[in-house]
Design a protein around this ligand. Structure first.
Ligand SMILES: CCCCCCCCCCCCCCCC(=O)SCCNC(=O)CCNC(=O)[C@H](O)C(C)(C)COP(=O)(O)OP(=O)(O)OC[C@H]1O[C@@H](n2cnc3c(N)ncnc32)[C@H](O)[C@@H]1OP(=O)(O)O
Length: 254
């Protein structure tokens, strides 16, 4: 049973966290999904068991300020869909969709129904009031060596008066570096995160979080990250993280 749940989980994780219609990633997910006849059957059943369209939290909403929109439009212009058939810009980015709960929109399946009973929600996407907490969108470069996240920090994330809580900043760093590592070899878990806070981030402001792959060594992915003002002139935070690829059974251990 553990294996079955694991395979189903990994299939849904691919669907939930990775962009649809991206050729290299589709291939990566397919290698997980298409191993046996039963998995092929599951794959064909998938469109039917997604009941309705989930909300994609990484699309613009009315709370997004001018800076957030400017940067979003910048990366969107460099993204795959908008540059299709146009001149190659050298850098090609892809926006990652983001949902609060992958399995919420699935129906049916004996193992799935047990998982669906859970009230789990992705930490950064569990406040639905637009602009109140974590507003962000992640883009990754096609070669996956770099990710860029535009983050607008809402009023519920206060730490020092008028400024963003260090734990909220750490959460965003873990999210972008963890997502980056997942794109390289999913699934992964954070083993180590080192953070240096260099200058406070005003509440309500928009910052740019960029991650790069420093090194790969077997199951280990070393990723570093910088949080700066949107024009890159002011450094707010620097971090390094170690991510270990795991087997899904690791998540089922109690
Ligand atoms: C699941 C993701 C889905 C993503 C979907 C995307 C959708 C939405 C995106 C959101 C993205 C958010 C991303 C959040 C990601 C978390 O926040 S994960 C939660 C926080 N992390 C944890 O709870 C992890 C807890 N720790 C563990 O479970 C285990 O210690 C680990 C990290 C899996 C490692 O255990 P293990 O696999 O048994 O590895 P182990 O044999 O101990 O060590 C292997 C090697 O790594 C080294 N190592 C292990 N730990 C360390 C360490 N702390 N420091 C240095 N070296 C270490 C060992 O020394 C060893 O080295 P070698 O001897 O091979 O050279």
């Amino acid at each position: 049973m553990t294996r079955s749940v694991g395979r189903i989980f990994s299939g849904f994780r691919c669907f939930g966290s990775l962009p649809f219609g991206n050729p290299p990633l589709k291939t990566q997910c397919s290698s997980v999904l298409f191993r046996t006849t039963s998995e092929r059957t599951l794959m064909h059943a998938l469109p039917k068991i997604f009941g309705r369209k989930p909300r994609d939290f990484s699309l613009p909403n009315s709370s997004w300020g001018k800076e957030m929109m400017q940067l979003y439009n910048h990366y969107n212009r460099l993204s795959k869909e908008t540059t299709e058939g146009q001149e190659d810009h050298g850098e090609q980015w892809t926006r990652l969709p983001s949902y609060n709960r992958t399995l919420k929109y699935a129906t049916g399946g004996v193992y799935l129904s047990k998982i669906i009973q859970s009230k789990a929600r992705l930490f950064t996407r569990n406040i639905r009031d637009p602009g109140a907490s974590f507003e962000y969108v992640i883009f990754f470069r096609q070669d996956k060596l770099k990710c860029a996240c535009i983050f607008q920090a809402g009023h519920l994330l206060e730490g020092a008066p008028g400024h963003v809580h260090g734990g909220a900043i750490a959460t965003m760093i873990d999210t972008i570096t963890g997502t980056h590592a997942s794109l390289l070899s999913a699934p992964v878990m954070t083993a180590n995160l080192n953070i240096n806070y260099r200058s406070p981030i005003p509440l309500g402001s928009t910052v740019l979080i960029e991650s790069i792959l420093d090194k790969e060594d077997g199951r280990k992915r070393y990723i570093s990250c910088r949080v700066t003002s949107t024009d890159g002139s002011k450094l707010h935070t620097e971090a390094t993280g170690l991510f270990l690829s795991i087997s899904v059974s690791h998540l089922l251990k109690r």
